[in-house]
Design a protein around this ligand. Structure first.
Ligand code: G3P
Length: 222
């Protein structure tokens, strides 16, 4: 969806976001789809094929490695996630950090295959450094707010504005933000601060009613 705002739901390795639970959630999320908001799921590698086959939601990997076909036991081959149906991947998530050179190599591999890349960063400075590689998106997530109850847009709004400013000083890359995002108000604030979408995990996946949680978030995009 060109120029759409992004609601990226990271299933992490939560029980509620694994296997059949992931599928149920992805099917429900698809029915909530809105014009102008692209809902994407970042799934575990082992669930990508099933989710891609059974739903129409774009599925991203949570990580890929820069390896090529060959002898790389236990690594995640970009070609494999692509052929399983992924259309993109996260890189350098707070829970799966890589160094700058690895990020560069992995991004290059994704480019060869046409996989979109959301490059995560923990600070405005890191966001700027990674933006120089020109990924499809930069996602700013202060690690200390991840999984918590207070969103980045409420607790650290300056991190979003600074990231947008620093990223746009070096490249025309849209900035997403995440950490602690729970409701439409958090989303509205993030967009007002210059973000083009959000990353969310626990606010949806661990919610009592994940479908209602997604609906609440979507209100913030209106
Ligand atoms: O990738 C999104 C994630 O790190 C944010 O997690 O639980 O704070 O929404 P959460």
């Amino acid at each position: 969806m060109k120029d759409a705002l992004v609601l990226l739901i990271n299933l992490k390795t939560y029980d509620e976001g694994t296997g059949a639970n992931a599928l149920k959630l992805a099917k429900a999320a698809f029915s909530l789809g809105k014009e102008k908001v692209e809902i994407i799921f970042a799934a575990q590698a082992t669930d990508i094929r099933m989710l891609s086959k059974e739903t129409h939601i774009p599925i991203f990997a949570q990580h890929v490695d820069s390896v090529k076909f060959g002898s790389s036991t236990g690594w995640i081959l970009p070609e494999a996630v692509k052929s399983a149906g992924a259309s993109g991947t996260l890189l350098n998530h707070s829970e799966r950090r890589i160094d700058f050179e690895t990020a560069k190599r992995s991004l290059a591999r994704c480019r060869e295959l046409g996989l979109r890349v959301v490059m995560c960063a923990e600070s405005p400075e890191k966001a700027q450094e990674l933006a120089s590689l020109r990924p499809d998106y930069i996602a700013i997530e202060p690690p200390e707010l991840i999984g918590g109850d207070i969103s980045v847009s409420k607790a650290k709004p300056e991190v979003i504005t600074e990231s947008v400013q620093k990223v746009h000083a070096v490249a025309h890359v849209p900035v997403l933000c995440g950490a602690g995002v729970k409701d439409g108000e958090d989303v509205r604030k993030a967009l007002a601060l210059g973000a083009k979408g959000i990353l969310v995990a626990s606010g949806v996946v661990k919610a009592k009613n994940p479908v209602e949680a997604i609906k609440n978030l979507l209100v913030g995009f209106e």
